[in-house]
Design a protein around this ligand. Structure first.
Ligand SMILES: [Zn+2]
Length: 412
């Protein structure tokens, strides 16, 4: 058999024995070459050996698909300075006391957890669910460490529901700076007082670096921002939230029209409209030829739906355009006039929202021009929203989002 030699990647140890057990796992017995430790009482370096502790076995990085365990008997040293000559177990840099894994292995598991689930990683690594949770607990912070953050630039406040149909909301506060998203907080519920308390806790040094706050169109959030930051920091209303509102108008009209057509059209004709709901909801550039064919039939039978669809896309195009706040406001107002002139009623409630929040809505255009707003931000938030699903513990949720956003840079 050919043999290969690979480094163990653990410092200051000597390998005493390597064996493969019945399960096919590789067991590597090592001895530390460090000849001292620090007294747990006085902190002095101590070198007087006082026997060994019981042998421990630590899971390490796999080799060629085989599980690897490191076996070691930690040395114990005695202090000659302290009264009573207390003993201390030698601390080594490659594992933490009471952890059943080497640090290298725990970091590997954390990398595996990025964009994955605890259950999935537990199965792939053949590691207990609780063991994976323990690794998260030991390594991932449960709240923001302000000292690690240099600037905030843009703050995002989003509401996320954790379970379908439930009123289980959390508020996710993020910072968007230099192309990265940092998770700042996961707050239970969406009360103004809680958001306010959190925003007030941002250190002064960082508060000065906030350029804008990007928020869901929710009065509690907007008022919290106003009350903490005053009028100095512009609030930008999230364009995807806005799009959801005008698309809802289209969706309602679609439902009514489909109902009507189901009654009026022969079955065979109605069948041609299959999938219309999804097609109308999708980005127009993503549509296939078959989708466009369905739309053609649909619009032949329902001209008002075509009109509403076109108006929706026109508004989206305005948001995609590179306009100044002023130009955008003019364009949106012109769009509004076209809607009113069209006689369509499906956008009525959206028009009310538009009047109420025009300033915040058009702030989006300033923000994009001045701070290089990255569209990817909203996509990431969408991914986070999906990720949150079913994780009800807010501390754990913070850890998981933190890992997803920054895990590769921490443990790469
Ligand atoms: Zn001592």
């Amino acid at each position: 058999m050919h043999k290969i030699e690979i480094p163990l990647d653990i410092v200051d140890v000597e390998i005493e024995n390597v064996e493969i057990n019945k399960e096919g796992d590789i067991i590597i017995t090592v001895k530390s070459t460090d000849k001292d430790t620090r007294c747990h009482k006085c902190g002095r370096k101590i070198t007087k050996l006082h026997g060994h502790d019981r042998e421990i076995t630590l899971r390490h990085l796999s080799i060629l698909g085989r599980k690897v365990y490191i076996r070691i008997r930690p040395a114990r040293y005695q202090c000659t300075h302290c009264k009573g000559n207390p003993t201390t177990t030698q601390k080594l840099t490659w594992y933490e006391p009471r952890s059943p894994h080497t640090i290298a292995y725990e970091e590997h598991v954390l990398r595996e957890l990025v964009h994955s689930t605890v259950l999935d990683v537990s199965i792939k690594e053949d590691l207990g669910y609780e063991a994976v949770m323990g690794i998260i607990r030991r390594h991932v912070q449960t709240e923001v460490d302000w000292s690690e953050i240099e600037r905030l630039d843009e703050i995002g406040i989003d509401e996320i529901s954790l379970k379908k149909g439930h009123k289980d909301f959390v508020t996710i506060v993020t910072a968007h700076t230099g192309g990265n998203i940092i998770i700042l907080a996961v707050l239970k519920g969406r009360k103004k007082s809680m958001v306010k308390a959190f925003l007030s806790s941002i250190p002064k040094r960082l508060r000065k670096t906030i350029l804008t706050v990007c928020s869901d169109m929710y009065e509690g959030y907007i008022n919290a921002v106003r009350e903490v930051f005053g009028d100095d920091i512009p609030i930008v209303l999230d364009r995807f939230h806005i799009a959801k509102l005008y698309r809802k108008g289209l969706d309602e009209l679609r439902k009514r029209e489909m109902k009507r057509l189901k009654k009026e059209l022969p079955k065979e004709e109605y069948k041609k409209l299959k999938g219309a709901m999804w097609i109308l909801r999708r980005d127009i550039e993503e549509l296939t030829d078959e989708d466009l064919e369905v739309l053609k039939w649909l619009f032949r039978y329902s001209p008002i739906l075509e009109l509403a669809y076109k108006l929706c896309n026109e508004l989206t195009a305005i948001f995609d355009g590179d306009y100044s706040k002023r130009e955008a406001e003019r364009k949106i107002n012109r769009w509004k006039k076209r809607v009113i002139k069209s006689g369509l009623t499906c956008f009525n409630s959206f028009l009310v929202t538009l009047d109420k929040w025009m300033d915040g809505i058009t702030n989006y255009f300033i923000n994009r021009q001045t701070s290089g707003f990255v569209e990817g931000f909203n996509n990431k938030i969408k991914v986070i929203k999906r990720r949150c699903y079913g994780i009800l513990n807010v501390k754990h949720l913070f850890q998981r989002i933190h890992l997803d956003l920054e895990g590769y840079s921490f443990f790469a």
